[in-house]
Design a binder for this molecule. Structure first.
Ligand SMILES: Nc1ncnc2c1ncn2[C@@H]1O[C@H](COP(=O)(O)OP(=O)(O)OP(=O)(O)O)[C@@H](O)[C@H]1O
Ligand code: SF4
Ligand SMILES: [Mg+2]
Length: 321
């Protein structure tokens, strides 16, 4: 359904260029969920915003292709994209949007607004549709008449998902949808999302820094580091036998029920994206670094159906893309 090919997003900031997304490839199948994981600032949100074409105005370079059902939506005229794709086929729950509801408007009206604005549907009809979507996300339909302050955090997050679903899109991008919620509410939201995926065949891009959370929903996982996807493959493989040194460190720094008592950590901090490290961007923090890593950027080697950007996997057998 979605094929992202060599996506590039650079921002201009005070005379410098921030290489937020620098040659990213992934795809999402129909009814499948892709987990996009990585540390803060690695380019997850920028990737999501590029797919729905809602990047901030200070983008200085936008390149690559985003094919949705075979059509390159990145090169499409913005008006056509807004009319035919945005919210209709692709929607997004934005990071930290829980407190962005207008406090003086009833929630149902805000959820129904895209229908009225984009489709010219009457207020009564749009509110009816909002009630249906509220049911889908596990909210009592009469809550459409509530004001934002009358909803708990978890309910607001469900309402945001309802807003993203109001036009029945095929793909929904969820950017850290549970990070501001406590663990039990987080579980409820995850169960609701899994049900939506199962029952409505929704495709998802699930963005999070939390590997444990993504393991619950994703069919495939893309691990991002400093603007690049460093490992991409089926969730089970990435979670059970991670190949890239960054993925394995990320995993061993995530608490597990049967794991070791002391958690591992990744030394150092994520690099600046205005002046990223030479060669492999992870080399200053990598416990397996060797000479070549410092000067030469690794391409993506394919091993047992997993793509990995690391020189350790260079071999005659491994395919190179
Ligand atoms: N509008 C902008 N102008 C300049 N730089 C930006 C802008 N938006 C994001 N960035 C920078 O681009 C890089 C990628 O940011 P992005 O928000 O995509 O990362 P992220 O992985 O979503 O991070 P987080 O986990 O903190 O949400 C970061 O270095 C960030 O500071
Ligand atoms: S290419 Fe080298 S520095 Fe980069 S992850 Fe692999 S071993 Fe580590
Ligand atoms: Mg983000």
């Amino acid at each position: 359904m979605l094929n992202v090919v060599n996506l590039v997003v650079y921002y201009g900031l005070g005379g410098k260029v921030v290489k937020a997304v620098d040659g990213v490839d992934f795809s999402v199948g129909e009814g499948e969920a892709l987990g996009l994981v990585g540390e803060s600032g690695c380019g997850k949100t920028s990737t999501g915003l590029a797919v729905i074409r809602m990047l901030p105005p200070n983008v200085v370079k936008l390149g690559g292709k985003i094919l949705f059902e075979g059509i390159d939506i990145l090169s499409m005229n913005p008006k056509d994209f807004a009319k035919e794709y945005q919210w209709r086929k692709i929607s997004m729950v934005f990071q930290g949007a829980m407190n962005s509801f207008n406090p003086v408007l009833r929630v149902g009206l805000q959820v129904a607004e895209p229908l009225m604005v984009k489709e010219g549907v009457s207020k009564a009809e749009a509110l009816n549709r909002a009630r249906q979507v509220f049911r889908q996300v596990g909210l009592p339909p009469e809550y459409v008449d509530r004001y934002p302050h009358e909803l708990s955090g978890g309910m607001k997050q469900r309402a945001l998902v309802a807003m993203a679903l109001i036009m029945q899109p095929k793909l929904i991008i969820l950017d850290e949808p549970t990070s501001a919620l406590d663990v039990s509410i987080q579980t409820q939201i995850m169960n609701m999302l899994k049900r939506l995926k199962r029952e409505h065949g929704l495709s998802m891009i699930f963005i999070t820094h939390d590997l444990a959370l993504v393991s619950d929903i994703a069919d495939e996982i893309a691990v991002m580091y400093a603007g690049k996807v460093v490992e991409l493959g089926p969730s089970e493989k990435i979670l059970c036998t991670p190949l890239h040194p960054y993925s394995s460190k990320l995993l061993s720094s995530t608490p597990r029920l049967k794991g070791p008592r002391t958690l591992d950590y990744i030394p150092g901090a994520p690099p600046s994206l205005t002046d990223p490290p030479t060669g492999c961007r992870f080399h200053p923090r990598c416990h397996r670094v060797f000479e070549k890593c410092v000067t030469e950027e690794p391409p993506c080697f394919v091993q047992d159906g997993v793509g990995v950007r690391c020189w350790l996997y260079q071999s005659d057998e491994a395919g190179k893309t």
